[in-house]
Design a protein around this ligand. Structure first.
Ligand SMILES: C[S@@+](CC[C@H](N)C(=O)[O-])C[C@H]1O[C@@H](n2cnc3c(N)ncnc32)[C@H](O)[C@@H]1O
Length: 229
């Protein structure tokens, strides 16, 4: 699912249509399908057989491949990584490969989640909202009474790359053009919803945006564009 704001950002960073785009870590292929609809020539890869099968089942001709050793005959105009880089390691190896896959002026586009940007308030907001939705039968999410939210958050995410590590690894291999901090927790929870209600998703976004604007919550989403050195 994409939002208007997300669509605008993608159009801005991909600059027009007809771009040769690599979606690295495509998952079920939603983004690859959307970029194809917008006229880009998309190659979608994922290291998971289940993800590739799901993407193919939805009409995206995804390939089973690891970004760390993926090669292509022609350079890409853009390498897009949506919520995949924080699962990859070592960061330097995959980002080095992403850089080599890009042509002159090629752009790296990261749409990421920086778990280390969440504070105790963010962890509590996330688990409280998800637990309430689960209690109402609207989300598939384990409720864990009595757990400290900040500790639970850390345990759940500490094996993922941090925002700080991703930013540093990108800056070593690319010229960073733009970094934005965005809402993310509502998107995270939306992925757990069992009924996919647009109203519920929009309401989560509204609340998170307003709490970020008032300073009650930190942004935990990271959007970055960078060009190869
Ligand atoms: C959280 S999912 C994100 C999927 C999709 N891009 C999205 O935004 O919904 C992360 C995906 O990255 C894939 N992945 C992790 N490491 C990878 C690697 N080294 N090369 C290619 N894909 C990888 C995983 O298999 C998984 O499908």
């Amino acid at each position: 699912m994409t939002t208007k704001d997300y669509d605008r950002w993608l159009d801005e960073v991909l600059q027009g249509t007809g771009r040769r785009v690599l979606d690295a870590g495509c998952g079920r292929g939603e983004l690859a399908a959307e970029l194809t609809r917008r006229g880009h020539a998309v190659t979608a890869i994922d290291v998971s057989e289940a993800a590739v099968a799901a993407a193919r089942a939805s009409g995206v001709p995804a390939r089973l491949a690891d970004l760390a050793d993926y090669y292509d005959d022609e350079p890409f105009d853009a390498v897009v990584m949506s919520l995949s880089l924080h699962h990859m390691h070592p960061l330097g190896t995959v980002l080095g490969r992403a850089s080599e896959l890009l042509g002159e002026g090629g752009v790296l586009v990261l749409d990421e989640f920086a778990w280390d940007w969440a504070d105790a308030a963010a962890a509590a907001w996330f688990y409280d909202a998800a637990s309430l939705l689960a209690a109402g039968g609207l989300a598939d999410f384990p409720r864990e009474a009595g757990r400290d939210p900040a500790e639970r958050w850390r345990e759940a995410h500490e094996d993922h790359a941090t925002g700080a590590a991703m930013l540093a690894a990108v800056a070593e291999r690319f010229e960073v053009r733009d970094v934005r901090r965005e809402p993310y927790l509502s998107r995270y929870i939306s992925g757990k919803l069992t009924n996919g209600s647009t109203e519920l998703v929009n309401e989560l976004w509204r609340i998170e945006r307003e709490r970020i604007a008032s300073g009650a919550l930190p942004p935990t989403g990271l959007r970055l564009t960078a060009v190869r050195l």
